[in-house]
Design a binder for this molecule. Structure first.
Ligand SMILES: *[C@@H]1O[C@H](CO)[C@@H](O)[C@H](O)[C@H]1NC(C)=O
Ligand SMILES: *[C@@H]1O[C@H](CO)[C@@H](O)[C@H](O)[C@H]1NC(C)=O
Ligand SMILES: *[C@@H]1O[C@H](CO)[C@@H](O)[C@H](O)[C@H]1NC(C)=O
Length: 375
């Protein structure tokens, strides 16, 4: 018996060496973590660089097309892909080809766990894993893309709120908040132990300007951001959490809209929250050189990493150089697209993707390398 025991331990040891499994009790973690202003993985720096591809989890891609998309993204030097982890649709808009994660009948929402729902998202996560790519999963969107067919805050507003116009009520209405929390709990809980997910973002470009015809009450988006990010942390201690906000400031003396508090958010307030692990910002009307410098300064003060979440499809070398030299931890261009896949909907009406092989695409391939080559 003792000999058998010794033999088994030896066998397990060799298996662990051969498969690279972490031995029990080691500090190895396969989850991406934040370390000061950088990201880390297993004690080494992890560079977050890649593409937005919001449609990837909404298009009804075949298994081959899904593999094709992820291998093309991987070939570009990306380490991470930013995708939508939500799609909420009124029942009347759902067709047999629709991928949706929540359906609405009147003001009642139902989570879709089926093959055209969260099981489809399982396929996205598995395919990303096969290509050694990680996902930033965005749980809501302020905008409804693809000509109003991809849900977002707007669907909640139309189905649930008495003041559906200028949908800021999404952040204030207790009923809407509870429905969103129920959904968040289902998704976050499902992938809680899955390290292919790099982080959760509360929403894309979340701003609060108007509720009905009135200005969004001061601080309501800030309160929502704090409540929802803490809620995710309470369900899932493994993953990073970010707001996904576009980075606007709330300063009193300013010459520009983006610094004036107009968006109902304050980047400086969001990034220092205990339940927020890194800062996000998107290309705005401000000169990118100034916009990048200001966000780096705020993130450095907060000792947290920073991701430039959205820029493009027009992209300049100068911006890319700036991201590298200023020490921005991650960048995602908008967006990856592929000509020859079959989809249920044309997700890029506005020519808003960077064609593979284009001049801009080559700049982005070099950029991914430059981001990774930094010490
Ligand atoms: C965190 O970053 C510091 C350098 O800033 C490095 O020395 C340390 O090893 C990093 N730790 C992890 C866990 O990545
Ligand atoms: C912006 O600043 C004003 C004035 O200091 C304050 O009343 C408001 O709550 C702030 N808004 C946010 C989103 O922090
Ligand atoms: C996706 O939708 C298209 C168009 O409706 C359809 O032709 C195709 O068979 C669907 N593919 C899958 C994998 O469901």
């Amino acid at each position: 018996m003792e000999l058998l025991g010794a033999f088994l331990s030896l066998l397990l040891f060799f298996l662990a060496v051969v498969t690279g499994l972490p031995s029990r009790g080691s500090q190895t973690t396969r989850f991406v973590k934040a370390n000061g202003t950088q990201f880390s993985l297993d004690g080494s720096k992890f560079t977050v660089v890649g593409a937005n591809a919001y449609w990837l989890s909404l298009a009804n891609l075949s298994e081959q097309d899904m593999e094709k998309v992820f291998s093309e993204i991987s070939e570009s030097g990306a380490t991470t892909v930013r995708v939508w982890g939500h799609n909420e649709m009124p029942e009347s808009q759902i067709t047999p080809q629709t991928i949706y994660y929540q359906s609405w009948s009147g003001n009642k929402a139902t989570i879709n766990y089926g093959a055209n729902g969260l099981r489809y998202f399982d396929r996205v996560v598995e395919s990303a894993k096969r290509h050694n790519l990680r996902l930033i999963v965005v749980l809501m969107s302020y905008w409804n893309a693809a000509d109003g067919k991809t849900g977002g805050v707007e669907t909640y507003a139309r189905q649930m709120l008495t003041t559906p116009v200028n949908h800021g009520g999404f952040f204030i209405d207790e009923g809407a908040k509870n429905v969103f929390k129920t959904y968040v709990k289902a998704v976050v809980g499902r992938y809680r132990d899955n390290p292919t997910v790099m982080s959760w973002e509360l929403g894309h470009d979340m701003i609060c300007m108007w509720v009905g015809g009135r200005k969004c009450p001061a601080g309501s988006l800030t309160a929502w951001t704090r409540e929802l990010s803490s809620f995710i942390k309470s369900i899932d201690p493994n993953h990073l959490v970010a707001s996904g906000d576009p980075g606007d400031y709330n300063k009193t003396d300013t010459d520009a809209l983006e610094y004036s508090g107009w968006a109902g958010l304050d980047f400086e307030v969001n990034i220092v929250m205990d339940s927020i692990d890194y800062g996000t910002f998107s290309l705005s009307g401000i000169d990118p050189m100034r916009w990048i410098d200001d966000h780096v300064e705020t993130a450095t003060l907060a000792h947290k990493p920073l991701i430039f979440n959205k820029f493009g499809p027009e992209i300049y070398q100068e911006w890319l150089d700036k991201l590298v030299s200023a020490g921005v931890a991650g960048s995602f261009y908008w967006q990856f697209g592929s000509e020859d896949i079959r989809m249920n909907m044309p997700y890029w009406f506005y020519g808003d993707y960077v064609p593979r092989g284009s001049h801009t695409y080559r700049l982005l391939v070099d950029h991914a390398k430059a981001m990774k080559d930094r010490p």
